[in-house]
Ligand binder design. Sequence first.
Ligand code: MTE
Length: 335
Amino acid sequence: MLIRNRKAYDVASSEITPKSLYMARRQFLKTAAFGGTGIAAASMVSPALALASREEVPVHGAKLEGVVQSAWTQASVGLEPTPFDLVASYNNFYEFGTGKGRPLTEAKNFKPMPWTVKIDGDVEKPGTYDFEDLIKPHQLEERVYRLRCVEAWSMVVPWVGIPLADVIKRMGPGGNAKYVAFETLHDSKRMPGQKRPTIEWPYVEGLRMDEAMNPLTLLAVGLYGEVLPNQNGAPIRLVVPWKYGFKSIKSIVRISFVEKEPPTSWNKSQPKEYGFYANVNPEVDHPRWSQGKERRIGGAENVFGFTAKHPTLKFNGYEEEVAAMYQGMDLARYY
Ligand code: MTE
């Protein structure tokens, strides 16, 4: 395996967007309004896309050492990764505001460390683990994954993380652990968006045990070879690439092994629109819009318009790896 000690922008020159085109996109993104397809009513109230100015674009974080390349490379995705400053400035993280540009500015002073993750429920090794103790025994990998948001935009992100399955095996779930539930930090002093009742806090998510154990499911601690930016869910978040982005819960403080399907934030908030499974599926429309196509953030079409251009792939392109888990299930019913 190849040890990757790459820099944040260590990509082939052929992959780099010409600066003029890139600046035009930025200008377009800054002035465009993306209302109308928001995940929640709140994002429709303030539809203006407040991308940060050049000066506010995030400073790169500390480089992560000892990261190995995985089987999920840029070549396997077949798409150019979304530039770092778009990945780190066009975010959904309601704990830091509902506008796409808010998390970048509102999470600027968030200090994730020290961080602990509570492991509980039906598990052999429950406890409160320091971030380091949770991560250290495992090998950090880079995985280039597509991210498809339920709002019909998408990105390609080179995450750095560890397979969730490795952590689960180490913790030793019991026979009644049929699901894994996740919880985000709930502290409105540190996450000012939680002062507003946008959704019920804390943000919660869940996976069925086989989904959690699927080799694709990642606990991410970084992107572009660097420590995860605050706005992307520092210090640790889930990445479930075949599901809509809202399943990929950020800033996790608790992982519970439970018997019953756990409640999930968007399902609690708008049950008819957001189900527990949330598998990316172009054949099942959202009640308010089609899921057949997507708009790539940073994609060339954004210069001239923001029509969703690219066909969305079933299970976001990961059908081969995950379809067997849902055999016999009516995916329109279990959306
Ligand atoms: N996790 C928490 N705690 N709060 C959130 O608002 N938004 C979700 C998901 N995880 C969200 C969250 C949604 S809707 C998406 S699309 C992804 O995070 C966005 O991840 P990104 O900002 O890194 O692209």
